[in-house]
Structure formats: structure tokens, C-alpha cells
Design a protein around this ligand. Sequence first.
Ligand code: HEM
Length: 105
Amino acid sequence: MNYIYAMHRDPNVYENPDQFNPDRFLPEKFGKYPKYNYQPFAAGNRKCIAYKYAMLQMKIVISTVLRHFKILPSPRYKTIDDLKYEMRVTLTFYNGIYVNLESRY
Ligand code: HEM
């Protein structure tokens, strides 16, 4: 199995890999990365069988939540370094992750 965490933080491929930068997924940028350097669902014959389902489900959940709530940072975390995570097959947060929700209505 590939070490996905290291692959996704390779500074030879991704500029400032630890920075949260959704723009790196814009089509004009994303197409320029080497084909197998982005593998959230692994790759090849043993790739996640549910990747399309997972992507669809995430879009539905996120768009449903965002229609009803603003997601705000929790005061529990002073800086992003207070969020402790570990790499299993995918990234996992110790003790979950807290946010504040503000109703849009
Ligand atoms: C964001 C959600 C998900 C991520 C990031 C993810 C990621 C992965 C990864 C990285 C692998 C390869 C593991 C390895 O090489 O040992 C994998 C395999 C697998 N995933 Fe997912 N997965 C997700 C959701 C799901 C869901 C929702 C299902 C089922 C409903 C699922 C079913 C499977 C199965 C059965 C395999 C094994 C495939 C095989 O070995 O041939 N995954 N997944």
C-alpha cells in the first residue's frame, strides 16, 4: 500500500503542501500534477470500490449542511496545530473535530 499521507505532502509536487489551499484542485492546476500523485482512494485494481459513491455522498452532506448552517471555528482550538490527527488508511482526528454551527435562518 502506498503511503498516501507523504504522497499528498510532497513539496516536489505540491507548493506549500501543509497549507489549506482548495484552489490547488481547480481544473487548470489539478491536471498538471503527475497522474498518480493524488490517491485519496488509492489507485489501480485495489482502489476503493466506493469512491464515486463516497464523493457523491460527501457533496450531498456538505451542500445540505452549508445550506442550513455557517460553519465557524471552535474556540477549543487556538491555532491549527491544536488539531491532532493521525494517518490510518485515511486521516483521522483524535477525539473528533469540533466546530460551531450558526443557523442561516
Ligand atoms: C471518503 C471516503 C473513503 C475514502 C477516503 C476511502 C479510501 C479507501 C482507500 C485508500 C482504499 C484502499 C485501501 C488499501 O489499499 O488497503 C479503500 C478501499 C476500499 N474501500 Fe474505501 N474509502 C472511502 C469510502 C468507502 C465507502 C463508503 C465504502 C463502502 C460503502 C468503501 C469500501 C471500500 C472497499 C470494499 C475497499 C477495498 C477494495 C479492495 O481491496 O479491492 N470505501 N478505500
